[in-house]
Ligand binder design. Sequence first.
Ligand code: NAI
Length: 246
Amino acid sequence: MFAIDLTGRVALVTGSTRGIGRAIAEELTAAGARVAIVGRDAAKAEAVAAEVGGDAKGFGCDISDPAAVTALVEAVEAAFGSCDILVNNAGITKDNLMLRMKDEDWDAVVDTNLKAAFVAIRAVQRGMMKRRWGRIINIASVVGLMGNKGQANYAASKAGLIGLSKSVAKELASRNILCNVVAPGFIRTDMTDAMAPAAVEALSAAIPLERLGEPADIAGVVAFLASDRAAYITGQVLPVDGGLVM
Ligand code: NAI
């Protein structure tokens, strides 16, 4: 039987109190990993960790604060003894046409979606290098490949994450640290629940598989990339989008 086994691995998943991040945390836990659940609110993260079960632990961290991200990695390593798998999942949107996009909206999106990933990778790599094993998985978006009206900041942050990931993959490959990108299409979460039903219907029609994705569709792919089954894959961007981009 094909089974993904992450027994003995420690995974840090940012933005894992809900949506795609939570599904990733659940999937990695089911595969045997010990997972650090991270959200802005520590109490919420601890409550989600208790629900996820296994050896999951909750951590509070505003990832838009670089010092807090570095401290988070230290806290996870202290609590679990290592950090073997890093999933940079937390992300925000602040959409607007460029003419109306404020500097603050650009900065907030780029700081949360891109800079936080850089800081987290820089912090985990020391331990991964020592142990000669690491998996870094960055959650981008098909929008980072295609661009999107009203999402200049978001698309730039996600395209930036792709360039960052390829550089990390080249820099750390010799230490057996692999870095890949998962680029979700339209996934049913709080982020997309806000859309009008007619818009969702029109969108689904453009997706060859004729449905929005579910968080579990992303989580399974992340677990695979974190596992030894994916030991020869690095620097890749894997769209998980029902065939939207091909
Ligand atoms: P969501 O809004 O449901 O969850 C995002 C998570 O990130 C939440 O737990 C939130 O608390 C956390 N977060 C945001 N800012 C944070 C901060 N400063 N500090 C700590 N945590 C923070 O979003 P969803 O849909 O689960 O998205 C997850 C990732 O997938 C994001 O990076 C998003 O850009 C990406 N994505 C989502 C798609 C979708 O259709 N839902 C499509 C393509 C990419």
